[in-house]
Design a protein around this ligand. Structure first.
Ligand code: ATP
Length: 467
């Protein structure tokens, strides 16, 4: 792992799939809660493994982060690009709504505070649990409502006239947009706009200087964050950013179009993202052939069809397709699970080599604990749509804390004996500072507690002051 630069910061990620109503009288919409409330930071250059049994939401998580599926709650902040370069549309919307949203902020923040106090007033454990859960859910709603605003405007939220802030920031957005447009087309206009931008920046800075010692300014300024919220992008923007966020699928048989030649499968994204105009453009063929070679595919095979390849070779095609656009983040969704063991290790080695060469970051989803231990820097354990434990790979294997992680590791250790001894998850698993109240219904314990440095576990804290 390189010097710990954050690439993605995932906050309260939620993905619910609506279930078709059983009949016309059913009023309440029901959901499959595939990802419930996931919080996670992914660092540039790391391989983060995600393990858990089938159906616990691993694939959904991988696809939702890169917005192949729409996120139904929370934010996924991406730092591989900047707000001022990408200029997402939601930023304009947030600026427009500053006065409206801010009007309710203090009232809602006070309500949150009341709820927090209510926990302290509780007389029994049952009440504490109920109000804590209520607080947790309200906090997610609160963050969804306000955090994109606070991340973008920071301490400026403390200024008396939010109309002025709104106008200044909207102007900033528009100028940045125009600057991008004229950058290559019209040097004179570009210079003119640059002067206007400097004026605008000066005006904003003046307000910041005025507010510098204001308590509220300091408080709000801490929220400032340059991450792009992937979940707030439009479909078009999601497609645009997808070139940086790629996925390698499990099944090398079904994920490749049987009627398309290998060269066209690998090059398709290059044309979609306009890296080349057509497949006859100068350099296109050479570019694709070079990627093929890097991924261990003979250039001679460029015009062949997927069915002419073995499983391992097809997976190399899948990798070449994902890497053609030079992404920085790649989700490997059970990328080696369908392959024979000997081929598996070749593909894993290829992924490692490519990672070093291109400074990639991997989210490596698998149910294979041997593979995940070998390839990952850190591992997250998924249980019923929640991340229940996160730790450096060796730490997780040598010092698992969560009952489900223990069960998972216990299962591989005893599989060879043909007898899987499962830990009973329904027990209270006690320790000095934290406990697990785990039921097989899969509701997660609400606290995400750092039990050792970089080792997090979802549990309940006995003593809330520890947080
Ligand atoms: N498009 C969808 N529509 C409705 N439900 C879905 C959809 N995709 C996934 N699910 C449901 O979400 C839950 C999590 O599925 P997911 O595929 O993410 O799990 P997984 O841990 O990756 O399992 P596997 O290893 O078997 O793929 C499952 O209950 C699944 O049925």
């Amino acid at each position: 792992m390189k010097e710990n630069k954050i690439l993605l910061n995932i906050k309260n990620l939620q993905k619910y799939f609506p279930i078709k109503k059983k009949n016309i009288f059913q009023k309440e919409q029901e959901y499959v809660k595939a990802n419930k409330n996931i919080n996670l930071t992914i660092y540039e250059g790391e391989t983060l493994g995600i393990v858990g049994e089938s159906g616990y939401g691993k694939s959904t998580f991988g696809r939702t982060i890169i917005q192949l599926q729409n996120q139904t709650g929370g934010s996924s902040l991406y730092y591989g690009d900047t707000i001022s370069n990408f200029l997402p549309k939601y930023v304009k919307r947030v600026y427009k709504n500053i006065p409206k949203v801010s009007k309710n902020y203090d009232v809602d923040a006070a309500l949150m505070q009341d709820l927090k106090c209510k926990i302290k007033d509780c007389q029994d454990k049952e009440c504490v649990e109920k109000v804590t859960e209520e607080y947790r859910l309200e906090k997610i709603k609160f963050q969804d409502k306000y955090y994109n605003t606070l991340r973008l405007i920071g301490g400026l939220a403390a200024y008396d006239s939010l109309e002025v802030i709104k106008e200044l920031l909207l102007k900033k957005y528009q100028l940045e947009k125009k600057l991008k447009k004229y950058e290559k087309k019209n040097k004179e206009r570009y210079e003119e706009l640059l002067l206007l931008k400097n004026d605008n920046e000066e005006a904003i800075q003046k307000i910041k200087n005025e507010l510098k010692n204001d308590e509220r300014f300091i408080k709000y300024e801490e929220f400032r964050d340059d991450g792009i919220d992937l979940s707030a992008l439009t479909s078009k923007e999601k497609r645009k950013i997808r070139k940086e966020l790629q996925i390698i699928f499990q099944d090398p048989y079904s994920s490749l179009d049987p009627k398309t030649r290998i060269i066209d499968i690998i090059g398709e994204g290059l044309l979609i993202h306009k890296k080349f105009k057509t497949k006859y453009s100068d350099g296109y063929r050479e570019y694709v052939l070079e990627i093929m070679e890097k991924c261990g595919l003979d250039k001679e095979y460029a015009n062949r069809y997927p069915h002419e390849f073995s499983g391992g070779q097809r997976q190399r095609v899948g990798i070449a397709r994902a890497l053609a656009l030079n992404p920085c983040f790649v989700v490997c969704d059970e990328a080696v699970s369908a392959l024979d063991v000997s081929i598996q290790s070749q593909i894993i080695n290829l992924l490692q080599e490519l990672k070093d060469e291109h400074n990639l970051t991997y989210l490596f989803i698998t149910h294979d604990l041997g593979v995940v231990r070998y390839i990952s820097d850190r591992i997250g354990v998924m249980y019923f749509g929640n991340l229940v434990e996160l730790a450096p790979a060796e730490e997780l294997f040598s010092n698992p804390k969560h009952p489900y992680t223990k069960q998972l590791l216990n299962a591989i250790l005893t599989l060879e004996d043909d007898e899987v001894k499962k830990v009973n998850l329904e027990i209270d698993y006690d320790s000095k500072d934290y406990e697990f109240k785990y039921q097989l219904t899969g509701e997660a314990d609400p606290d995400w507690y750092e039990v050792e440095p970089n080792h997090f576990v979802a549990c309940r804290l006995k003593n809330k002051e520890l947080v």
